[in-house]
Ligand binder design. Structure first.
Ligand SMILES: [Zn+2]
Ligand SMILES: [Zn+2]
Length: 337
């Protein structure tokens, strides 16, 4: 099968012909990958040795596809099912795994495989897609579930003033769910205005352009300081900025994945008595909820897809995404590769 294979840190991906996986284990499921999103954390993995991903791995953790093979003990999932894949690999047996909280399994790892034509997962990672959800939208479920989890963990009071820092797919997903969780005004801010329309489509009340006086501008836009601030970028200095923005006794939710040591001034954090809530993953139920909302006909997340490419074009597109780009979510279409 064809796959865009990771060659090591700071090396471009290479399209290779590698053996397709088979369902050898009793709980194995082989997926014919439909669409896979290229994620900012895949770019991170390819640039930062902290992740420790070895050469030869097929990246890609945001994908949907069709089941083409199942192991002997697979019961719920059948050949022909369309599924969205929870990419967290885990034991499948412990209490956390049994309730779909794979992130809390002691053997949890973030899996990949979506940049190839076929991937191998376990039955408990598969979430069946309803008829009404397209294979494209199936690849958005993972980043949407990240946003859902972030908003859930925020413990946001109804009508809260919300600030979302960052308008990448996670910032947009957070905006989408904050609106549906009963936020009041939602301001989105980012380092450029190119995602303004997308942010408004996802449920923002206002987009605050970068400025010299960001705190004042956001307070004016929201009618007061934000009670909840979501950090959805993952760069150094942004936690400090979120603390400057947040209302006293408010909550800063850190969804950005920064891999460098970062500092903030505890004085402001302590004197505001604010709360900091990190978030990274999701549960299988978050996948199900996202699919239910998409099935109900909410089309705004689909707007995040700005390009669809083949596996052959993936190495080049992957390098291009490391630069500042106008793309939001680029999907790899392995059915036309
Ligand atoms: Zn991702
Ligand atoms: Zn487990």
């Amino acid at each position: 099968m064809k796959a865009a294979v990771f060659q090591g840190v700071n090396k471009p991906l290479v399209v290779e012909d590698i053996p397709a996986p088979e369902a050898e284990g009793t709980k194995d499921v082989v997926i014919r990958v439909g669409r896979c999103g290229i994620c900012g954390s895949d770019l991170h993995i390819s640039e930062d040795p902290i992740f420790g991903v070895p050469a030869g791995v097929v990246l890609g953790h945001e994908y949907s596809g069709e089941v083409v093979g199942v192991g002997k003990e697979v019961k719920e999932i059948k050949v022909g099912d369309r599924v969205s894949v929870n990419p967290l690999t885990s034991c499948g047996e412990c209490t956390a795994c049994r309730i779909g909280d794979l992130a809390m399994c002691t053997s949890m790892m973030v899996g990949g495989g979506g940049y190839g034509q076929y991937s191998l997962v376990k039955e408990h990672q598969c979430v069946r897609m309803p008829e009404g959800v397209s294979i494209e939208d199936g690849a958005l479920v993972e980043p949407m579930a990240v946003g859902l989890r972030a908003v859930y963990l925020a413990q946001m009071p109804p009508g809260a003033r919300v600030l979302v820092v960052g308008a990448g797919p996670i910032g947009l997903a957070v905006t989408f769910w904050a609106r549906r969780f009963g936020a009041g005004k939602i301001a989105v801010t980012a380092s450029s205005t190119r995602r303004e329309d997308l942010a408004m489509d996802m449920g923002a009340s206002t987009f605050v352009a970068p400025s010299e006086t960001p705190v004042e501008d956001v307070n004016t836009a929201l009618g007061g300081p934000p009670e909840i601030v979501f950090e959805c970028v993952g760069k150094t200095g942004l936690i400090q900025r979120c603390i400057e923005h947040v209302a006293p006794r408010g909550t800063v939710v850190v969804a950005g994945l920064c891999t460098h040591p970062d500092t903030f001034n505890p004085f402001l954090f302590v004197s505001k008595e604010c709360r900091m809530q990190p978030t990274a993953f999701y549960t299988t139920r978050d996948f199900q909820t996202t699919l239910d909302v998409l099935e109900a006909g909410d089309t705004s997340p689909h707007g995040m897809i700005t390009d669809t490419i083949s596996i052959d074009d993936t190495p080049e597109a992957f390098e291009a995404l490391k630069q500042r780009t106008t793309q939001c979510k680029v999907l790899i279409d392995s059915w036309n590769s």
